[in-house]
Write a protein that binds this ligand. Structure first.
Ligand SMILES: N[C@@H](CCC(=O)N[C@@H](CS)C(=O)NCC(=O)O)C(=O)O
Length: 214
């Protein structure tokens, strides 16, 4: 299957959900174009973008005549449309690890709201939040760090031996704490640094910082 792929991001490049799709496209080696919509001016609510995304949300992927939003659905689509072994897989090969990766993906998208609110992704590339975490924020951070401690080995390797998309999702969540200077164990910091070092991740944050344009 070969299509012109277009990934729609918010113009601030602050969305962890867009980053997850951006990572999947890079890892699969798929050429794609990035277009932006300005959420602050409601550009996502225009008829054109609503038609394309169906839900007026980013990320949205356009693949020829087809378009889709919701990052997990997009990643699953890419995985099936551009399958292994011709293309790199973004999921672990082992059945149970694959299920665990999907658990992590779903979990970081649906839990720990207080942490997402008090440590938005802007702390990663822009302003830190000097305010201590609220009780709810601390509880969310403790839960996150407990899961990370369970899944990440002492060498701070990828979660499932080789890279998977769950590494990107867990990395962004953990980096909300690391980048803000909130305390984390050394192996968690090493794990975050390892993911941060991927060139396309650095590219992404330089887009967010406005250092690089698309
Ligand atoms: N569950 C969605 C979350 C996407 C999401 O929250 N997108 C936000 C920006 S980060 C958005 O489009 N907000 C505008 C709106 O909902 O109107 C996914 O994984 O793609």
């Amino acid at each position: 299957m070969s299509h012109d792929l277009v990934l729609y991001s918010n113009s601030a490049f602050s969305s962890p959900y867009v980053l997850s799709v951006y990572a999947a496209l890079h890892e699969k080696g798929l050429p794609f174009e990035v277009k932006t919509v300005d959420l602050d001016t409601g550009e996502n609510l225009t008829e054109d973008f609503a038609r394309l995304s169906m839900t007026s949300r980013i990320p949205a992927l356009v693949a020829g005549e087809f378009s889709l939003s919701e990052s997990s659905a997009i990643i699953e689509y890419l995985e099936e449309a551009y399958p292994y072994p011709e293309f790199k897989t973004v999921f672990p090969s082992d059945l149970q690890q694959r299920a665990r990766a999907r658990q992590i993906q779903a979990w970081v998208r649906s839990d720990m709201g207080a942490l997402r609110e008090e440590r938005p992704t802007t702390v990663i590339y822009s302003h830190k939040n000097p305010q201590p975490l609220s009780t709810a924020g601390q509880q969310a951070a403790a839960k996150l760090l407990h899961v990370a401690d369970t899944l990440i080995d002492e060498d701070a390797n990828f979660l499932f031996g080789a890279w998977s998309i769950a590494d990107v999702d867990l990395y962004v969540m953990l980096n909300r704490l690391c980048a803000n200077g909130d305390p984390v164990a050394p192996k968690i910091q090493r794990y975050v640094d390892r993911q941060s070092a991927q060139p396309y991740i650095q590219d992404w944050w330089s887009l967010a910082r406005g250092i690089r344009s698309i």
